[in-house]
Design a protein around this ligand. Structure first.
Ligand code: GDP
Ligand code: ZN
Length: 454
C-alpha cells in the first residue's frame, strides 16, 4: 500500500485548557533526535523504548520547564513511527513554548488529524478505526465513547471484512459455475445460489443498520426541550441532568477528555438542549412565539420534557402546555413528589413519571422511558457492534440497495452476469467503510475534520 517517507510532526495533544498536565507529541524518524536536542537529563537517543524519562527542556541556555519525556520507538506506537511525548505541568504558555522550540529544531507543526492519518497510512488501523478516534474525541457521554472504543478495537471492521469475504466467495462460486458450463443446469443452480446468498447478505446488513438509530442518537444526541410553568423545577431538573459524568476516561492514551457540557446526560443518552426560539427551558413558549410556531418548534424537538408540579393542583398554564405538546415525543414529569401530592392525576395522560429533581429521585424511570420511545425498549447488547457514524450508515444503506437491485434482477430472470455486477458493487461500497476502496480525496477530507494534536 502506501509506503511513504514521513517527516517529523509535532503538536500539543491535550486540550488547551487549564489541565494539570499537557502533552506535546512528536512523531516521525527524527522524533527522538529532535527531542534529545532540547532535553537535558538522560540522553534520549540512548534510552530504551517505552520508557519515561525525567529532565528539563531548554531553549539553548534558557530553561523552559521540568518535564517527563516518554520515548516510544516504532513500530509499537500509535502511528507506527518513533514517538516522543513530552509531559509538562506548566500552563498553556509553557507548553506552547516547548512546541515552538521543537519546531525550531526541525519538527513540523502537525495538521489536524495527522497523527491518526499516519496511523492509518502506516497500516496501524483502517479507516473505520481511524474515524472512531474522532468519534471518541467528540463523544458526548460514556456510552457514545464505548461505541467508539469498540470500533477502535476493530469490531465494525471485522464484521464488514467478514461480510465482504463471504460476498467474495459467493462471487467466486458464480465464476466457477460459469467456467464449467458442461455441468447440467448451471444457470438455474447459480441463480438459486445467488438468491439464497443475497437474501443472507441482506439480512446481515439489515441487522447492522437496525443498530444505526441507537448509534446515531448516542453519538449525536436527542434535541430536547424542557417546558413547564414557572417554579415547577425545570432548572433543578436541568442541573441534575448536567451533573452526571463530567469526564470520559478511557485507557487509550491521549483520549481522556471532558464531556461537552451543553449536553445533558440521561443514562448515557446525550440530550442536546435546543434553543429554537428560546425553548431550551421555557415557561412561556406561547407568549414568546405564538401557538402555531410553538407547536411546530416542539414537534421539531426529538424529545419534550414537560414538567408539572405534583405538589400543587393543575393550572390553566399546565393544561395549555399539555395540549401544546400532545403531538410531540413527550414525557410528562410530575416533579416534587417528595412533597404531598396535590395534582389531579386522573386529568393527565396515564404515562407520566413521578420524579423529584431536588432529591434526584426516579430519573432512572425517565431513562427507561427514553429507551422505550427511541429504541423500542430493546436492551442494548453489551458486545453488539453498533453503527453510529453517518458515513458508515449511508454506505451500508447503499450496499443494501445494491443487493435489492440484485434481487430484482434475479426475480426478473435477468442473466447472472448482470446480477454479479450489483453484488460486486455491494462488495465495493462496503470496502469504503474500512478504507480499502476509499478514494484519496475522501481520506484527506475525513482527516481534516480532526482536532489539532490527534
Ligand atoms: P423552574 O422555574 O421551573 O426552573 O423551577 P426551579 O428549578 O427554579 O425550582 C423552583 C423551586 O422549586 C426551587 O425552590 C427548587 O428548589 C424547588 N424544587 C425543584 N424541584 C423540586 C423537587 O423535586 N422537590 C421540591 N420539594 N422542591 C423542588
Ligand atoms: Zn428555571
Amino acid at each position: 500500500m502506501l509506503t511513504q517517507e514521513f517527516d517529523t510532526i509535532a503538536a500539543i495533544s491535550t486540550p488547551l485548557g487549564e489541565g494539570a498536565i499537557s502533552i506535546v507529541r512528536l512523531s516521525g524518524n527524527d522524533a527522538v533526535k529532535i527531542a534529545a536536542s532540547v532535553f537535558k537529563g538522560k540522553n534520549l537517543a540512548e534510552v530504551s523504548s517505552h520508557t519515561i524519562n525525567y529532565g528539563h527542556v531548554y531553549d539553548h541556555e534558557t530553561l523552559i520547564d521540568e518535564v517527563m519525556a516518554s520515548v516510544m520507538l516504532a513500530p509499537k506506537t500509535f502511528t507506527r513511527e518513533d514517538i516522543v511525548e513530552i509531559n509538562t505541568h506548566g500552563g498553556i504558555a509553557v507548553t506552547q513554548e516547548i512546541l515552538q522550540v521543537l519546531l525550531r529544531h526541525g519538527a513540523r507543526l502537525a495538521e489536524p488529524g495527522e497523527f491518526t492519518k499516519r496511523a492509518f497510512l502506516n497500516g496501524r488501523m483502517d479507516l473505520a478505526q481511524a474515524e472512531s478516534v474522532m468519534d471518541l474525541i467528540r463523544a458526548k457521554t460514556d456510552k457514545a465513547a464505548n461505541i467508539a472504543v469498540k470500533q477502535l478495537n476493530g469490531s465494525l471492521s471485522t464484521l464488514i471484512n467478514n461480510i465482504r469475504q463471504e460476498i467474495l466467495e459467493a462471487l467466486a462460486q458464480v465464476e466457477v459455475n460459469i467456467d464449467y458450463p458442461e455441468y447440467d443446469d448451471v444457470e438455474t443452480m447459480t441463480t438459486q445460489m445467488l438468491v439464497e446468498k443475497t437474501a443472507h447478505f441482506q439480512k446481515l446488513l439489515e441487522n447492522l443498520l437496525a443498530t444505526a438509530k441507537r448509534g446515531k442518537i448516542l453519538r449525536e444526541g436527542l434535541k430536547t426541550a424542557i417546558i413547564g410553568r414557572p417554579n415547577v423545577g425545570k432548572s433543578s431538573l436541568l442541573n441534575q441532568l448536567l451533573r452526571e459524568e463530567k469526564a470520559i476516561v478511557t485507557d487509550i492514551a491521549g483520549t481522556t477528555r471532558d464531556v461537552i457540557t451543553e449536553f445533558a446526560n440521561i443514562g448515557g443518552v446525550p440530550l442536546e438542549l435546543i434553543d429554537t426560539a428560546g425553548i431550551r427551558e421555557t415557561e412561556d413558549i406561547v407568549e414568546k412565539i405564538g401557538v402555531e410556531r410553538s407547536v411546530k418548534a416542539l414537534n421539531e424537538a426529538d424529545l419534550v420534557l414537560l414538567v408539572l408540579d405534583a405538589s400543587s393542583t393543575l393550572t390553566d398554564k399546565d393544561r395549555e402546555l399539555l395540549q401544546l405538546s400532545e403531538e410531540s415525543n413527550r414525557i410528562i414529569l410530575l416533579n416534587k413528589t417528595d412533597l404531598p401530592e396535590q395534582i389531579e392525576i386522573d386529568h393527565l395522560p396515564s404515562d407520566f413519571i413521578r420524579i423529584s429533581a431536588l432529591k434526584n429521585e426516579n430519573l432512572d424511570a425517565v431513562e427507561e422511558k427514553i429507551n422505550a420511545i427511541f429504541f423500542s425498549g430493546e436492551i442494548e447488547a453489551q458486545d453488539a457492534t453498533v453503527l453510529s457514524n453517518a458515513r458508515h450508515i449511508s454506505l451500508v444503506e447503499s450496499a443494501l440497495s445494491a443487493l435489492t437491485d440484485a434481487n430484482e434482477s434475479l426475480s426478473a430472470g435477468l442473466p447472472v452476469d448482470l446480477v454479479q455486477v450489483d453484488v460486486t458493487r455491494c462488495w465495493q461500497i462496503l470496502g469504503e467503510i474500512t478504507g480499502e476502496a476509499a478514494p484519496d480525496e475522501l481520506i484527506t477530507q475525513l482527516f481534516s475534520q480532526f482536532c489539532l494534536g490527534k
